[in-house]
Write a protein that binds this ligand. Structure first.
Ligand code: SF4
Ligand code: SF4
Ligand code: FES
Length: 334
């Protein structure tokens, strides 16, 4: 069976290939190095995956094509790349599922620095992983001559994250990372949850304080890309939300993220709709004048575009039903 593969090539050493290669470290996406797309045709069976096609091209058509892979079984995490504009494992992506209009497009993700062709530099990913201290700090006293005993139930929450193979697909497509390279990112925060909620860890509280700071759990915009991209069902966003609950329960509420969530809930409970005029000042802190002044240019832009929210905020009819929902959900917003 014939398949057509369009491969994004990038070679920093070949002057005539990519021309002006641009700055080496996007984001933003538009600053990504220039690629040259080459089209190949391969003859492979119906069950073939994208990685089979790339290896076939490298073996029989162009030995200069650079691809990173090892296990070919969705275990090692090394073959994550952009396939049709989203991060996927090439060894898990069947050609028949990804061929659109007769073509499958494969390239390195523009959110990461490119080394060559389909291989990106994973250092940003590993730096983020290291940043969350992904190891247990022993609770004292350490049991002598026996294992730490923990109830099975307390480990069940952690199983989902333990499936992570560190492929980086979630980070490659993370919207927050695309605009803020310092964002800790989905995989690292999921790993952070795995240690913060482990009953054997002695640093849980310090961890929660650390992750509640800038570039941490509150910088995720809930775009769900990490949930969709993860080949192992880790659902990093779910783990981030668990960390948020833990951080709030531990009293780490004096930050823009928690204030934003509080202001959001307060507005919907009080009027049935979002009061966007008060959301920003409440999130930044009512007396944080410097931060509020920085938002003035955006406010003028909204005014010019006719998108400024109404000055007078009205309650919706049937507000009692909304209040009842809050009561039934319970927690700190009832
Ligand atoms: S849900 Fe959050 S962490 Fe996940 S990809 Fe979107 S912004 Fe990133
Ligand atoms: S969370 Fe999923 S997508 Fe992200 S690195 Fe781990 S396995 Fe890959
Ligand atoms: S080659 Fe190991 S995950 Fe794809």
């Amino acid at each position: 069976m014939e398949w057509t593969i369009r491969v994004g090539r990038y070679n920093p050493e070949a002057q005539n290939m990519a021309g002006d290669v641009g700055p080496p470290y996007p984001p933003p996406y538009e600053a990504a190095p220039t690629k040259v797309y080459q089209t190949f045709t391969v003859d492979l069976p119906e069950h073939a995956v994208v990685l089979d096609a790339l290896i076939d091209i490298r073996e029989y058509q162009d030995e200069t094509l650079v691809v990173r892979c090892a296990c070919r079984s969705a275990i090692c995490g090394s073959c994550a790349m952009w396939i049709n504009g989203h991060a996927n494992l090439a060894c898990k992506s069947k050609l028949k599922d990804f061929t659109k209009d007769g073509v499958t497009t494969v390239e390195s993700p523009p959110s990461m620095p490119v080394i060559r062709d389909l291989v990106c530099d994973m250092n940003p990913f590993w730096e983020k992983m290291r940043k969350v201290s992904p190891w247990l700090e022993n609770k004292q006293p350490v049991p002598q001559g026996e294992e730490y005993r923990v109830p099975n139930a307390s480990m069940e929450n952690l199983i989902q994250e333990v499936a992570c193979i560190a492929c980086g697909a979630c980070l490659m497509d993370c919207e927050s990372f695309a605009i803020n390279p310092d964002f800790t990112g989905p995989a690292a925060l999921a790993r952070a949850y795995r240690y913060a909620d482990d009953p054997r860890d002695a640093r849980s509280k310090e961890r929660l304080e650390e992750y509640s700071g800038p570039d941490g759990i509150w910088d995720c915009t809930h775009c769900f890309e990490c949930v969709q991209r993860c080949p192992k069902g880790v659902a990093p966003l779910d783990q981030i939300l668990k960390l948020r609950h833990m951080a709030v329960d531990a009293g780490f509420t004096n930050n823009p993220g928690t204030r934003h969530a509080d202001a959001f809930a307060e507005s919907v409970r009080g009027s049935g709709r979002l009061n966007e005029l008060t959301l920003l000042p409440k999130s930044l802190g009512l007396f944080n004048i410097a931060a509020q002044l920085k938002t003035l240019p955006s406010a003028f832009n909204m005014l010019r575009a006719g998108k400024l929210p109404p000055i007078i905020h009205h309650k919706i009819p049937g507000l009692e039903r909304i209040k009842n929902i809050f009561k039934r959900v319970g927690g700190r917003f009832q």
